[in-house]
Design a protein around this ligand. Structure first.
Ligand SMILES: Nc1ncnc2c1ncn2[C@@H]1O[C@H](COP(=O)(O)OP(=O)(O)OP(=O)(O)O)[C@@H](O)[C@H]1O
Ligand SMILES: [Mg+2]
Length: 382
């Protein structure tokens, strides 16, 4: 028998909320359904892993992020009511509106790929939520179908709500096993299947990274598959960095997708951030054009003229000395990568977290060693 979750049945915050049941568990903590008797309403309470509360700087970062999140007002962003530290055990919590329905992952697993005229309006709404956050300087960083909830609201079937804005940033430097003592750290945090090339390389992330992840979500929602065929987290990372996405029509033989959708997808999945749509709003407008049956994008969405990249280095997975720098996190360098992996082929409910310590660095070492051997052979033959 599994031990009972200690939060279930508990009153928290001086009896303001009664935790009723667990909704699910993710990489950062667990989400519970709770009753707020005073308001006679249900809420969702996300309680972060206690190990995330050990560091003062993390707690203050959490507060900053949660405060920023609570200022987002877009109707497609989940409403945050309250956040802080539980006085009982200092766990960080966020109280938000309780949503009825299913997340996008659960929806596609239960109903199969969604038709274009159901999928595109959902993703267009998500673009609206992202646009507001991006303008406020918040990059989501962990967009995946589990973080897009299709709620039943006001009698509407698919009312999308984006969850977990900015939370990835709070945890990216903390989600590491304590076995390795490293004074400097740089990490790759996210869900490999949905990571942008720059995220897979541990680079600084901007709004374009969310646009890429959203395109992977759109791809999966339409086809039930991902744009790359890979066996594991490392292979996904490699392919995001340097693989050519499989076209939608190749992915689902016998199903015709509008050619404009292929072009929109190609652009949103461009390897270079500057070659993607200039904003989430533009990506949304491009999807709207597809939905309207257009065959070309409006001139306002035309790609910018290509900028020559003199001696641009070929993209490679994060080198051992890769760095992440964010406005809140100091620039960091190291050989640590933390990845959160999905269950194989997404057959199971996500939630099992795979932490691959140093795997990107190890991958690079192997890659480097292989390259050295090839070069040595080449010179020896000469
Ligand atoms: N406000 C909410 N109302 C109802 N269900 C929610 C709410 N917030 C989250 N959930 C659901 O709770 C479950 C757990 O969410 P959680 O964010 O902990 O995990 P995750 O999204 O799978 O992974 P990650 O930790 O990377 O975000 C998910 O199925 C999610 O859709
Ligand atoms: Mg989540």
């Amino acid at each position: 028998m599994r031990p009972q979750d200690p939060f279930i049945g508990r009153d928290i915050l001086n009896g303001q909320f009664q935790i009723l049941q667990k909704i699910g568990t993710g990489g950062m903590g667990a989400v519970y359904k709770a009753l707020q008797p005073e308001m006679n309403r249900m809420v969702a309470v996300k309680i972060l892993h206690p190990k995330l509360t050990n560091r003062k700087d993390l707690v203050s970062r959490f507060r900053r992020e949660a405060r920023a999140m609570s200022h987002l007002t877009h109707p497609n962003t989940v409403k945050v009511f309250l956040f802080g530290e539980l006085p009982e055990d200092s766990s960080l919590y966020i109280v938000m509106e309780f949503l009825e329905g299913k997340n996008l992952n659960q929806t596609v697993r239960a109903e199969g790929p969604l038709p274009m005229d159901r999928a595109l309006p959902v993703l267009i709404s998500v673009c609206g939520a992202l646009e507001e956050a991006h303008r406020a300087g918040i990059v989501h960083r962990d967009l995946k179908p589990e973080n897009i909830f299709l709620s039943h609201q006001g009698g509407m079937r698919d009312y999308p709500k984006v969850l977990d804005f900015g939370l990835a940033k709070v945890t990216e430097r903390e989600m590491r096993p304590g076995s390795l003592i490293l004074t400097q750290e740089g990490m790759v945090f996210g869900t490999p299947e949905f990571m942008s090339p720059e995220q897979a390389q541990g680079k600084t992330l901007g709004p374009e990274s969310d646009i890429y992840s959203l395109a992977v979500i759109l791809y999966e929602v339409l086809t039930g598959k991902l744009p790359f065929e890979a066996k594991g987290a490392m292979e996904y990372l490699q392919l995001h960095v340097s693989g050519k996405p499989i076209t939608l029509s190749e992915r689902v033989p016998g199903k015709a997708f509008p050619p404009l959708l292929d072009r929109v997808m190609d652009r949103a999945l461009a390897k270079k951030p500057e070659e993607r749509f200039a904003s989430a709003a533009d990506f949304g407008a491009a999807m709207q054009a597809v939905l309207n049956g257009a065959t070309e994008l409006p001139a306002s969405l035309a790609p910018a003229a290509p900028v020559p990249h003199p001696a641009a280095p070929a993209m490679a997975p994060a080198p051992a000395s890769s760095s992440i720098s964010t406005p809140l996190a100091p620039k960091t360098t190291s050989a640590v990568a933390i990845l959160e992996g999905r269950a194989p082929a997404r057959a199971k409910k996500r939630g099992s977290q795979i932490l691959l310590l140093g795997s990107v660095a190890v991958g690079c070492l192997v890659f480097g060693a292989a390259a050295a051997i090839v070069l040595m052979k080449f010179f020896m033959q000469r």
